[in-house]
Ligand binder design. Structure first.
Ligand code: HEC
Length: 115
């Protein structure tokens, strides 16, 4: 009787431990990140919901993300770098506000804007 109780407790701990372990792995976290949601929250004021700069963005010097010439000549590392560091007086840096995973999730959003 006592042994059965111990076994149940042990099994429960293993199952519970596994759940906690998996919910904390970065893989499942990355899958939960919605890049478009982050974009609409932090970037749309200047870059527009469809990647076309707003009046504010245009005034500051932001380009249209759909521009095929720009898409061809930039690379994902530069996009990440720009989001991390920003440009003084034009765009604020996001490295303190967003996690590296969130910033990475923004790249396909920016790449996804087409004319
Ligand atoms: C306050 C307005 C503002 C906000 C908010 C903003 N940006 Fe920008 N962004 C700019 C401006 C202005 C530029 C042009 C900077 C330059 O030419 O150096 C720019 C440039 C960029 C570029 C590089 C484009 C190029 O010309 O090479 C990327 C990529 C970018 N922003 C992504 C984002 C993302 C993603 C967010 C949200 C996390 C964001 N921006 C939020 C104003 C903003």
């Amino acid at each position: 009787m006592k042994n059965k109780y111990l076994l149940t407790t042990a099994l429960f701990s293993v199952a519970f431990g596994a759940c906690t372990f998996f919910s904390e792995t970065p893989v499942s976290k990355a899958a939960d990140i919605d890049g478009m949601k982050i974009y609409l929250k932090h970037c749309k004021t200047c870059h527009g919901a469809d990647g076309n700069p707003t009046d504010l963005g245009t005034g500051l010097g932001a380009r249209k993300f759909a521009d095929p010439e720009w898409q061809a000549k930039t690379n994902d590392e530069r996009i990440i770098e720009q989001i991390n560091e920003g440009t003084p007086e034009m765009m604020m840096p996001f490295k303190e506000k967003l996690t590296p995973e969130e910033i990475k999730a923004l790249v396909p959003v920016i790449r996804g804007f087409k004319e």
